[in-house]
Write a protein that binds this ligand. Structure first.
Ligand SMILES: [Zn+2]
Length: 139
């Protein structure tokens, strides 16, 4: 099994209403997303996947939606308040922790990648010292 990886960045705001500390307040992060995909065999060009194709898929499926958005839990007070505004919202079933966000990103990418190419792992960096890791234990 071989992997290739690309790094992406986006800016987003979120709040964790159930957090006992300051994270319940709306605040922003410069997120960094590491996307690693794997394949059992290389293609005719000797690649797991063309870096340009990977870039286009992640940009279209993830970055365009998340960049400069407000990421909130559906039905949270803040989501209900902003729903009819012109704010760009990404709504999750759960609190928008790095863990839940990277899980959503994994699901989106798994269904968008070409046949035979799988997400190997994803790292979503919320700060320069903290990230959530999603590892593929199925394929
Ligand atoms: Zn935060």
């Amino acid at each position: 099994m071989l992997s290739v990886c690309k790094v992406f960045r986006f800016e987003a705001a979120h709040s964790l209403p159930n957090h006992p500390g300051a994270f319940k307040n709306l605040h922003g992060h410069s997120y960094e997303l590491h996307v690693c995909v794997k394949a059992k065999t290389l293609n005719d060009q000797g690649m797991v996947m063309d870096f340009g194709d990977l870039k286009r898929i992640v940009q279209r499926e993830i970055i365009d939606e998340f960049d400069h958005s407000v990421v909130l839990k559906k039905e949270s007070l803040l989501a209900l308040t902003l729903m009819h505004s012109d704010q760009k919202l990404v709504l999750l079933d759960n609190d928008p922790t790095a863990e839940n966000m990277v899980g959503l990103i994994a699901n989106r990418l798994m269904s968008a990648l070409p046949e035979g190419i799988h997400v190997h792992f994803l790292k979503l960096w919320e700060t320069s010292t903290s990230y959530a890791l999603w590892e593929n234990d199925r394929d």
